[in-house]
Design a protein around this ligand. Structure first.
Ligand code: SAJ
Length: 420
């Protein structure tokens, strides 16, 4: 079995490294976060993903996964580092460049370098160039000293990463045909889904397209929810009815679009083709505006109270995870906390409030029952499973601003003041 060096041990890198280690590969995981490295080497994890703790413990104990702050020689290098955007929505490739430079002195002829991070068009080609600039002894495309460079975008859904890593179809785009073939051979050793071949640029665009498709469709749902708010129509009922049409499948509105993927990746297309990306750009604007709309609805509702207590249900970016990155719910709570409200946050997936909120005197992290019973207004921001399982009577008689339609089907009398 071959040796794999995975650079970046976050939400994608760590599960990937662990799955490979569980399939018998010798995996050397690299991260700049020393704390995370130490924790992993103790068989523990620094992120939450169902069942990942058990897998990491197992592969660290059997010696197949070792973490370090420095890369090592390997046969295959996988880069799974963040690709955020800058202030002006332009892609920031700093981490990809740093990761490439970190491995460059270890690369040997015949090695495969795979970029898994979602990236703007042309990034895989850039990686190849960065390597060749530093390593004049290596070649691409021909010769005994050739190396292989490909893009294989990660496509896993947080919360279901371990299953999707193995079962999802994968897109492989090499910078040349031989890079594609070598990379396909590797993924076929652990992926049960189809492994589809293309070139690097198309693979990059495929991933951006998938997330932009979802962003545009969520924007449609969010726009509908705001229109229905004005027209006094229940948006959840509306979407349910429309979705009975055999060719209509509208997604669900919410407080906005969060996470490090869907709210980011469409900007890479907008940046690459600003004139032609009108729809993709508009969708981004609709989804980014939604938290402001929700805040406005909350302010309107709170106007009748003197220092009201507001229960905010959920601050993660989507249900049943602890990930607060680019979370619209967290932004909403943060902005509300600057006003004269007392805020009871309910977030069953975290043990303490994030630093951003912790220092503020008017926010508490409470259990659902306590938060509901001591609040004047309830704002549903995330439809976590435990919220759906609560005794519906706890919502009885509450003023509710429900961004997820959670209380819509509850058998209790609530005063739904807003359904943003
Ligand atoms: N959301 C809605 N309404 C919906 C669905 C989602 O408001 O009907 C919101 C969520 O609450 C969340 C955001 O959208 O704030 C994104 O959530 P998500 O579940 O749609 O997607 P992510 O960001 O967790 O993962 C996506 C996935 N991409 C697609 O489904 C096309 C995943 O497969 C990718 O691997 C991941 O991005 C990534 O890493 O790029």
């Amino acid at each position: 079995m071959k040796k794999v060096c995975v650079v970046g041990l976050g939400y994608i890198g760590l599960p990937t490294a662990s799955v490979l280690a569980s399939k018998g590969f010798q995996v050397h995981g690299v991260d700049v976060n020393e704390k995370a490295v130490n924790l992993i080497n103790e068989g523990r994890i620094h992120i939450y993903e169902p069942d990942l703790d058990v897998l990491v413990k197992q592969v660290v104990e059997n010696g197949n996964l070792v973490a370090s702050t420095k890369p090592e020689e390997a046969d295959i290098y996988i880069l799974a580092v963040p690709t955020p955007f800058k202030e002006n929505h332009k892609p920031d490739l700093t981490y990809v460049e740093e990761a490439t430079k970190a491995i460059v002195s270890y690369i040997k002829p015949g090695n495969i370098v795979i970029l898994e991070s979602t990236s703007p068009i042309g990034t895989t080609e850039k990686i190849a160039q960065w390597i060749l600039v530093e390593r004049k002894d290596l070649t691409i495309g021909k010769g005994e000293n050739r190396i292989y460079v490909s893009h294989c975008p990660e496509r896993v859904l947080p919360g279901q990463i371990l299953r999707e890593l193995v079962e999802n179809d994968r897109i492989i785009g090499g910078i040349d045909e031989e890079s594609t073939n070598k990379t396909v051979e590797f993924y076929e050793t652990f992926v049960t889904g189809q492994v589809l071949q293309t070139n690097a640029r198309t693979a990059e665009m495929t991933k951006l397209t998938e997330n932009s498709f979802r962003d545009v469709n969520i924007a449609f749902a969010n726009e509908l929810s705001m229109i229905c708010g004005d027209l006094d129509i229940n948006v959840w009922e509306l979407i349910n009815l429309a979705n009975h049409h055999p060719r209509v499948n509208i997604l669900q509105p919410g407080p906005g679009v969060g996470g490090h993927c869907i709210a980011v990746d469409p900007w890479f297309i907008v940046d690459a083709a600003p004139e032609k990306s009108q729809l993709i750009h508009s969708a981004r604007k609709v989804n980014d505006f939604k938290p402001n709309y929700v805040i406005e609805r909350i302010r309107e509702t709170a106007r009748g109270y003197n220092h009201p207590t507001i229960a905010c249900l959920g601050i993660s970016f989507k249900p049943d995870i602890d990930d607060l990155r680019e979370s619209p719910s967290l932004d909403i709570v943060n902005i509300l906390s600057e006003e004269e409200y007392f805020i009871n946050v309910v977030e069953p997936n975290i043990e303490k409030l994030p630093t951003l909120l912790e220092s503020k005197g008017n926010i508490k992290l409470l259990g659902l029952e306590e938060a509901l019973s001591s609040s004047d207004i309830v704002v549903v921001l995330v439809d976590h499973t435990p919220f759906k399982e609560v005794n519906p009577e706890l919502f009885e008689g509450k003023l509710i601003i429900d961004t997820k339609g959670l209380t819509d089907s509850l058998p209790c009398k609530t005063t739904l003041v807003s359904q943003p």
